[in-house]
Design a binder for this molecule. Structure first.
Ligand SMILES: [Zn+2]
Length: 265
């Protein structure tokens, strides 16, 4: 097996490994996003519950104050009923009105607090319900990740063994180049020669679509065993079956042409 064929085999195995891990990665990404949402919803619930406790406690304080004022109002009225003079009565009336004003203000505060209690109670109920819905989604996502991991684990270890074997067949410097390109291009280290115009000997790189010198194609076809890199993206170039067939046909034509010339000479 030529070096190019061995590289092609390694690339194929790597592609299969990537394909498998993509499925798991997708499931993991979804799981992460849902878990984050769940955390946010739980925090929102906790925050609303804490606020609710605070507002209820504040309401309790105001309610006690209101009861005290009610008692005061009652006392003032009783004293007014038994007041001896108009002057005393009027003084008590002023006092009563002041207390009544305070009491009205407390009523307003309590109405606001009760509205807030209602709002927070709704918020707690809503966020608890969306948390519990989200919990179901997270549980399904967790199961999905596990299932996908189990599903591929056997195949991954098979492929990993194949990968190790295929990599062992590649000279270290070439493997190093290949691995660095894999890293750089998210796995796409290998590119194929594409035909732009066979007649004009114009070829391009399948990875970056840029034209490549014909020398790369002829070196690959000659099977010199040297790595040929795209002059633009640096990907390791390989010759596909289609291009090889075209070159075979062309070289047969050339042989015939040479034979004909030789006969004519
Ligand atoms: Zn290229």
């Amino acid at each position: 097996m030529s070096l190019m064929e061995r590289l092609e085999r390694l690339n194929l195995v790597d592609g299969q490994l990537r394909g498998l891990s993509v499925r798991v990665e997708k499931a993991k990404t979804f799981h992460r996003a849902q878990t984050k949402q769940l955390d946010l919803e739980r925090n929102r619930t906790e925050e609303a519950k804490a606020n609710l406790l605070q507002v209820k406690a504040a309401f309790g304080v105001v309610e006690t104050e209101a009861k005290a004022l009610d008692a005061q109002i009652e006392t003032s009225r009783e004293r007014m009923d038994t007041s001896a003079t108009a002057k005393e009565y009027n003084a008590l009336l002023v006092e009563l009105n002041t207390v009544k004003n305070e009491r009205t203000k407390l009523d307003e505060t309590m109405v606001q607090q009760l509205t807030e209690v209602e709002r927070l109670e709704t918020l707690v109920t809503e966020s608890e319900s969306s948390s519990s819905e989200r919990e179901t989604v997270v549980a399904t996502a967790t199961k999905d990740v596990e299932e996908r991991e189990t599903e591929i684990s056997e195949r991954v270890s098979e492929l990993q063994t194949q990968r190790d074997k295929a990599a062992a067949d590649i000279p270290p410097d070439v493997l190093e180049l290949y691995d660095s390109l894999v890293k750089k291009y998210d796995g796409e280290a290998i590119a194929y020669v594409d035909i732009e115009s066979f007649r004009h000997k114009e070829f391009s790189c399948s990875a970056c679509s840029m034209q490549i010198p014909f020398a790369i194609v002829s070196n690959l076809y000659a099977g010199l065993g040297r790595v040929q890199q795209c002059t633009n993206c640096q990907c390791i170039m390989l010759l596909g079956e289609d291009v090889r067939n075209e070159l075979d046909k062309d070289s047969k034509k050339n042989v015939k042409r040479r034979e004909k010339l030789a006969r004519e000479a």
